[in-house]
Design a protein around this ligand. Structure first.
Ligand code: ADP
Ligand code: MG
Length: 514
């Protein structure tokens, strides 16, 4: 015996409505007429909200905005012919905005052979939200709308999954991290692609962790609040004009951003593009790095890679400055170490800074530090001496560590170690180089032995030694050293061997702890 269910007939309109519901489409905007009126009625019955508009263009604008706001396409329901023509403006706008929308139009009747067109629904929803989002159109022949079929003859496609999330190539992520770190005036541009990607949480972390200034595009506004201290919207033109590295997160270099060209930008500005659409990469400019992938995923990758990168001078001095007692003596020598250290480390008292001086002498540091510590012991017990040494500079008088230990002077020696004079090699490059010949033949004269454990010079004589590679380790070892007033300590701080100085002259933001 056949059940009632077997006898049940459904119309094409109901099938369409059910298919949309199955695809988790929640909103429909349109202007109804023959033959699509039944579709609107069926959709409403199915629990899809229907908003009747006065012109298909506005309906399509509305449906595409729903797509942007919710990530699932809105439907724009139109009649064929003029209805569809009117919707074209909205479709073009949605496509240009990269916003998903499904336009359904009714056309004249056709024979039943093309009934497979029903299967187009899931396809349409998926293609509107996968890859670069955009508009798609489904045409429903009029006779399909009212055709009655047996319920059991219909199979709805399962709801398509959210778009797959793609990540950028690891080497590109590292390259981008390095370009950003070495930027003098970096700028993030946050576009509506970042908004669509829901990247707000990770972008804010990136901005704050790396102290990066950012500029929202008109619809990128609010991804990170406009009142965030790193927002440079008030100085938009200047920010664009003087940036030396610009990272585009879901923003295209079109007219809104002056095509990325001079005079609105530096001629040699380095662009890093993050976009889900490969065709967009390299449009108008030759980018320094391209990151093809989902903005949220790529931002997470970028955050992870920034964390694992070695420190540079600014990171080191930023963390040192945070903890230095205001009345401490700062002794310093080295090339970059002394130059950059001077700009970041603050002095509050006269005669409390001693460095390589007029003669630019290397090797004075430990002698000066011992003098200050001996004097402090007599006249101002508890006052600390911090001696900030480059690894090369430390070598000139490193054996005075024995003197420091012998007299138990609680000096804190910081060796900012880049494996060389000015710049050095990392351990891998050093090993690689040795394969090509004897070190005396092939080693650059400025290189020192990579990863030398200078802290062991201190432990050799009973002081405290630390080998640090991360800001956390640096903070911890420095606070321990400052807390212990009875013992000298040496903190050997590994930094990026190729780290160099960069002027801290951002007029819009001082970026100090990357
Ligand atoms: P704006 O007008 O804010 O500058 P655009 O519309 O020019 O923004 O750029 C948006 C870009 O975002 C487009 O190139 C689009 O391909 C990209 N996009 C959209 N969604 C994502 C996503 N999830 N991940 C990466 N890029 C995306
Ligand atoms: Mg743009």
């Amino acid at each position: 015996a056949r059940s009632d269910r077997d006898m049940e007939q459904v119309s094409g309109a109901e099938v369409i409505a059910q298919a949309l519901k199955t695809q988790h489409v929640e909103y429909m905007f349109g202007v109804v007429g023959i033959p699509v009126i039944e579709i609107a009625v069926a959709a409403q019955k199915m629990g899809i909200r229907y908003v009747g508009m006065r012109n298909e263009q506005a309906a399509c604008y509305a449906a595409s905005a729903i797509g942007y706001l919710t990530g699932r396409p809105g439907v724009c329901l139109v009649v064929s012919g003029p209805g569809l023509i009117h919707a074209l403006g909205g479709m073009a706008n949605a496509n240009m905005n990269c916003w998903p929308v499904v336009v359904i139009g009714g056309s004249s009747e056709r024979s039943q052979e093309t009934m497979g067109a029903f299967q187009e629904f899931p396809q349409a929803v998926r293609s509107s939200i996968y890859g670069r989002p955009g508009a798609c159109y489904v045409d429903i022949p009029a006779d399909f709308v009212n055709l009655e079929v047996n319920v059991n003859s219909i199979k709805f496609m399962e709801r398509c999954l959210p778009p797959p999330v793609s990540m950028a190539e690891t080497s590109a992520v590292c390259a981008a991290a390095s370009v950003i770190r070495n930027a003098k005036k970096p700028l993030l541009i946050i576009g509506k692609g970042a908004a669509y990607a829901h990247a707000e949480e990770h972008l804010r972390r990136l901005v704050e962790q790396c102290k990066l200034p950012f500029l929202p595009t008109p619809m990128g506004k609010g991804v990170i609040p406009d009142n965030h201290p790193n927002c440079v919207a008030a100085a938009r033109s200047r920010a664009l004009q003087f940036a030396d590295v610009i990272v585009l997160f879901g923003a295209r270099l079109n007219w809104i951003l002056h095509f990325g060209l001079p005079p609105r930008y530096q001629p040699d500005v380095k662009f890093i593009q993050v976009d889900i659409c490969a065709e967009e990469l390299g449009n108008n400019v030759k980018p320094a790095v391209t990151l093809l992938g989902d903005i949220n995923a790529v931002t997470k990758q970028e955050l992870a890679s920034q964390k694992s990168l070695p420190m540079n001078y600014y990171t080191v001095f930023y963390h040192v400055q945070e903890q230095l007692p205001r009345d401490c003596f700062v002794v310093s020598e080295g090339a970059n170490t002394m130059d950059i250290g001077r700009t970041v480390l603050q002095n509050y008292l006269p005669r409390h800074r001693l460095d390589a001086g007029t003669f630019g002498t290397m090797g004075v540091g430990l002698g000066f530090a011992i003098a200050a510590a001996v004097m402090a012991k007599d006249r101002s017990p508890g006052q600390r001496v911090i001696c900030v040494e480059g690894d090369s500079a430390f070598g000139f008088s490193g054996m005075e560590v024995e003197t420091i230990c012998r007299y138990n002077l609680p000096i804190i020696l910081l060796v900012v170690n880049n494996n060389g004079i000015y710049q050095g090699f990392d351990a891998d490059s050093w090993e690689e180089m040795l394969k090509s010949g004897d070190a005396t033949a092939v080693a650059p004269p400025a290189c020192l032995l990579p990863n030398s454990h200078y802290e062991q010079v201190m432990t050799a004589f009973g002081g405290k030694g630390y080998f640090v590679q991360t800001p956390e380790e640096l903070r911890k070892s420095l606070s321990e050293s400052l807390a212990d007033t009875t013992k000298p300590s040496l903190i050997n701080i590994m930094i990026e061997p190729q780290a160099t100085r960069k002027p801290q002259d951002f007029h819009w933001l001082t970026r100090s702890n990357m």
